[in-house]
Design a protein. Structure first.
Length: 133
């Protein structure tokens, strides 16, 4: 892993749809962007934030998520998920994360990721890594 600068930020923008709603995750009748979807957007932003620092054969995996869901967004909203590096300890990277729809804060908190050697990671799981690794 190449060095990761504290303060590095990445924003991931997504035009949401009905496929992103809580109803699609089993919460019948709740047609708002689902909590796990927002968390997924935050994880994507964090991964993309450190992707330029990954060496060949490395990837990142989530290690923890601590967020508060502050407001709802309707399908069709453009959600911007933002991750900012707040700490680096070896191959572990910590982030401040937030998701917004325009000026509305939907979710905020912290997230951690670990940089892993993908071949070793999948070997521990007893499977071959994907072909593009």
């Amino acid at each position: 892993m190449k060095p990761v600068a504290i303060g590095r930020t990445y924003s991931h923008r997504v035009q949401t749809s009905r496929s992103h709603t809580a109803a699609r995750y089993g919460n019948k009748g709740v047609e708002v962007v689902a909590t796990p979807v927002l968390i997924g957007f935050l994880e994507t932003a964090a991964h993309e934030c450190i992707r330029p620092s990954l060496e060949e054969g490395e990837g990142s995996v989530g290690t923890h998520v601590n967020v508060r869901h502050r407001a709802a967004a309707l399908p069709g909203a453009v959600v911007e998920a933002k991750a900012t590096v707040t700490g680096v300890r070896g191959k572990r990277v910590e982030f401040a994360v937030e998701a917004r729809a325009g000026d509305v804060l939907l979710m905020e908190g912290s997230h951690g990721r670990a940089v892993v050697d993908l071949r070793r990671f999948f070997a521990r799981l007893g499977v071959a890594p994907p072909a593009d690794t």
